[in-house]
Ligand binder design. Structure first.
Ligand SMILES: [Zn+2]
Length: 361
């Protein structure tokens, strides 16, 4: 791995990631490793060190998968961990296969954080095969809910045995995720326990505020419109929490397009329920969804997100909080309500300083 030092970059990580996109993933990984070393250096320069006084070169290395989880880990670990996400934003996380070179990133990690619930099976397999001795693999969804709380639906049918994994779309479960991360960071790095606890407390307060704001915004939607038809089936936990009824999802479990009969049924459902809008996402563009909306007499809104954070790293909205705020600001007005309750909500980090977390694009 020392050979990567010769490509030590002189620019910011983000610019380098952008510039290296065309060189393919193995080149990207080489750059990411080099950037990790650069961030270690810049942290030492800024004097940001662990409470124990240990040099920042000894910071724990944490690897995470999808961006909402990376954001939660970032907010708890703040400046005292080195964090790298491995699932690029805007890709289908359900079918994502890490490049072989990601194995080297996983091999260096002290802690590997995944959603679990079968979301990132190839990444989990690679983590198990490559983790170093003593490294911990934490699968949040498997610990945040029990088996009898698993949700099966159209996109995640019980017959496949893989439950709907999108727990983080409900802020109360995101708090559970963050607390599980806090506990694991504390176990691995007890010298920084107070710092992690302080960040977690701030994050918990922020997410409780988010929860109240979403509930308030959802309450402004006429009750007969509190219905969700989405392309990708991401919102069962969200819907249960805020009183939405899921009238359907379009994408079958194999990520193909629905059958003609399923499309016809969905169009009927849109007509019968009179729901004013149906929702797609930029990650899963779907002409079929557009057709369902049009023939059902509803507006098609294609901007919901479940694991693709708004903006890019460094923007205040590029966070788990920003993802949720953006969804509410899109979803609630489209269903006839007001998202004013989100005004002034802080989507930025809860900690001071630069984390230098890496979000692949
Ligand atoms: Zn998803």
């Amino acid at each position: 791995m020392n050979s990567t030092r010769e490509s030590s970059p002189s620019e910011t990580g983000r610019r380098i990631i952008r510039r290296t996109r065309r060189f393919g993933l193995s080149a990207l990984v080489v750059f990411l490793l080099a950037i990790s070393m650069t961030s270690v250096l810049s942290c030492s320069e800024s004097g940001e060190e662990g409470a124990s006084g240990a040099g920042s070169a000894e910071k724990m290395k944490v690897v995470s998968t999808v961006s909402p989880i990376t954001s939660l880990v970032e907010n708890v670990g703040g400046t005292r961990i080195r964090l790298e996400g491995i699932v690029p934003e805007g890709v289908n996380s359900h079918t994502f296969e890490p490049a072989p070179s990601v194995a080297t990133v996983l091999a260096e990690a002290d802690l590997i954080v995944l959603n679990g619930l079968f979301l990132e099976e190839p990444s989990l397999e690679m983590a198990r095969a490559n983790r170093k001795a003593g490294a911990i693999i934490l699968t949040l969804g498997d610990k945040a809910i029990t088996r009898d709380q698993w949700v099966f639906d159209f996109s995640f049918p019980e017959g496949d045995g893989h439950p709907n994994p999108h727990l983080w779309t409900s802020p109360d479960l995101a708090i559970k995720y963050a607390d599980l991360v806090r506990a694991e960071l504390t176990a691995l790095d007890p010298d920084n326990a107070d710092y992690y606890a302080e960040n977690f407390a701030k994050l918990e307060e922020r997410l409780n505020d988010l929860d109240e704001r979403i509930a308030a915004a959802a309450n402004t939607i006429p009750p007969e419109n509190r219905k969700l038809l989405t392309y990708h089936d991401s919102f069962p936990f969200f819907s249960t929490r805020y009183g939405f009824e899921i009238i359907g999802a379009v994408q079958p479990s194999d990520f193909s397009e629905p059958s003609a009969r399923e499309v016809a049924t969905l169009i009927d459902q849109v007509r019968e329920t009179g729901v004013p809008a149906v929702f797609g996402s930029e990650v899963f563009p779907s002409p079929v969804m557009e057709q369902i909306a049009k023939e059902g007499g509803a507006k098609f809104v294609d901007q919901l997100r479940d694991d693709d954070l708004p903006g890019s790293h460094g923007d205040p909205g590029h966070s788990y909080m920003g993802l949720m705020a953006s969804n509410i600001q899109i979803m609630v007005p489209a269903l006839g309500g007001s998202a004013d309750a989100m005004d002034g909500f802080d989507t930025g980090p809860v900690f001071e300083g630069e984390s230098n977390a890496l979000y692949p694009e």
